[in-house]
Design a binder for this molecule. Structure first.
Ligand SMILES: [Fe+2]
Ligand SMILES: [Fe+2]
Length: 201
């Protein structure tokens, strides 16, 4: 379990970097991620840390975010290079690694993919992706439905979230990052398999 000192030092790092609103969002995502982690047998300290830090680069300038991205070890596709709202996830993983010395691959991956998702996501990455969508401060039309779904099935909630995200991008005329499409295909398959399993039992 994280000690109060560990949480305090994360807070000392994060708080000066974010507006009050985004800091509150980060705390909410950390708490939600911890709850989901407990429900699904994911390491809850990792969930708290990744949730807390997921938006740490969001209020840096676009130039700073781009510069951080150039040092990322993760693959970045063409769509992500031009979609400015997606920069902060890739940049955030670099900040966490370089400035906090966190090298845990699970945490770094969860932060990096919290905007676009990816195929073969770990439970931790799923928990962060969903916690970001359903945290207490979120208020959109289907948020209640997403909250309910997130506590029923990770695969089901991820598929629904990706469906929404892809539909929304298409409506707005935006391109879709390859990892989002691969994630969607992955969750279609995972849900199909679990449906077949249920039917055969
Ligand atoms: Fe974000
Ligand atoms: Fe967020």
């Amino acid at each position: 379990m994280l000690t109060e000192n560990q949480i305090q030092s994360l807070c000392d790092f994060l708080k000066p970097r974010l507006s009050k609103k985004r800091f509150t969002h980060s705390v909410n995502v950390a708490n939600e991620a911890q709850k989901l982690a407990k429900k699904y047998g994911v390491d809850s300290d990792s969930a708290f840390i990744a949730g807390y830090l997921h938006d740490c680069a969001k209020e840096l300038s676009q130039e700073e975010q781009k510069e951080l991205m150039s040092r990322s070890d993760f693959p970045i596709d063409k769509v992500e290079y031009v979609a400015t709202p997606l920069f902060h996830a890739i940049a955030g993983a670099v900040v966490v690694k370089e400035q906090l010395g966190i090298t845990d691959a699970g945490i770094l991956t969860a932060i990096r993919y919290h905007t676009v998702a990816a195929p073969n996501m770990s439970g931790l990455s799923e928990v962060i992706y969903l916690a970001d969508l359903i945290s207490e401060d979120r208020d959109y039309k289907d948020v209640k439905h997403m909250r309910k779904l997130s506590y029923e099935s990770l695969n089901g909630a991820m598929l629904e979230a990706l469906r929404f995200s892809i539909n929304d991008s298409v409506k707005k005329g935006n391109a879709i990052p390859v990892s989002t499409l691969l994630a969607y295909n992955d969750y279609v398959q995972r849900n199909k398999l679990s449906k077949e399993k249920r039917e055969n039992n």
